[in-house]
Design a protein around this ligand. Structure first.
Ligand SMILES: [Fe+2]
Length: 299
């Protein structure tokens, strides 16, 4: 083991075999990472295009993750198991059934992994405030994993970001963790127990020190939304596809990578209206014959 561990932090690949809109960028990413040879890949959720409704998307995402050039660990996002209960309509809300399908296809949704002198703890942010038994189990797991870390330094991985500018802020956008969950985490974030929080979900990259803790947002490897920043909340990040190099050693080194071969697909028009078009294209049968149709075209 060298002085620091090289982690490729990726997020939001939104993979699907039936509707492989973003497979091109995934293939480029695989090529980039096979050249860079990270020690570990962390995946910040939204593995699937619509895994919450289409388990085959999750199974396909699993097969794609297994193509990564090293060990990987993932946490689920709203497009994998449904949206956080408070902000979702029943059709898109997280459920135990959806969570179970994720566990079957991908693996554990909260976990702890030691690398070098660091302990990385993955959290399922979609079950926060759900009231599921798993929510309480996760809270206890987190407390134990931190208490038993000894001298190890701690980083958290979550799909949802904790906050924008301060733990004490009032979030009126709905993009951040619920206040009660943030209060639970604040015990560790303000107590100096956690030094780094990694998250996805925003489809933009950002690296910010908040109340003494470093919060790093991974961009999506698949697409951006509203790159022109005409209507979506901005939060001060950078809207480009890519991945994030994180070196964990004595220092925390973070470097964003935006490979020029990857395409900045902007699907802002799909999600402007409550993601109606996103879901229409993700669920519609009109692309069921996508492969057959493309074979019928002779060039
Ligand atoms: Fe996403």
């Amino acid at each position: 083991m060298t002085d620091s561990s090289f982690i490729a932090f990726i997020s939001d690949p939104h993979l699907s075999a039936d509707r492989p809109f973003f497979q091109f960028n995934w293939e480029i990413l695989l090529d980039e990472l096979s050249q860079r040879q990270p020690d570990l890949v962390l995946v910040g959720g939204d593995l699937a295009l619509d895994g919450a409704n289409n388990p085959s998307d999750l199974r396909f995402a699993r097969r794609q993750l297994d193509r990564l050039p090293c060990q990987w660990l993932a946490v689920p996002g709203n497009h994998d198991i449904g949206d956080i209960a408070k902000s979702a309509v029943p059709e898109t809300a997280v459920s135990e059934e959806r969570r179970n399908r994720y566990l079957e296809a991908i693996g554990w949704d909260f976990w702890s992994f030691d690398v070098g002198e660091w302990r990385i703890i993955g959290l399922n942010s979609m079950i926060l405030t759900s009231g599921f038994a798993a929510e309480a189990e996760q809270e206890k797991f987190l407390a134990d994993a931190i208490a038993e870390a000894g001298s190890r330094r701690i980083a958290l991985l979550s799909h949802m970001a904790v906050c924008d500018v301060a733990l004490s802020e009032f979030d009126k956008t709905g993009w951040f963790m619920p206040a009660e969950s943030r209060a639970m985490l604040s015990t560790y974030l303000l107590g100096g127990k956690v030094e780094l929080v990694l998250s996805g979900d925003m489809h933009q990259s950002r690296d910010r020190l908040i109340d003494g803790v470093r919060h790093v947002w991974a961009p999506s490897t698949a697409f951006v939304t509203d790159m022109m920043e005409e209507w979506r909340p901005k939060f001060g990040g950078r809207k480009r596809v890519g991945w994030t190099e994180v070196k964990l050693g004595k220092e925390i080194e973070v470097q964003m990578h935006e490979p020029r071969r990857m395409v900045d697909f902007d699907v802002g028009n799909w999600v402007h209206d409550g993601a109606r078009l996103y879901y229409e294209f993700a669920r519609s049968s009109r692309f069921a014959g996508f492969g057959a149709a493309s074979k019928a075209i002779t060039l």
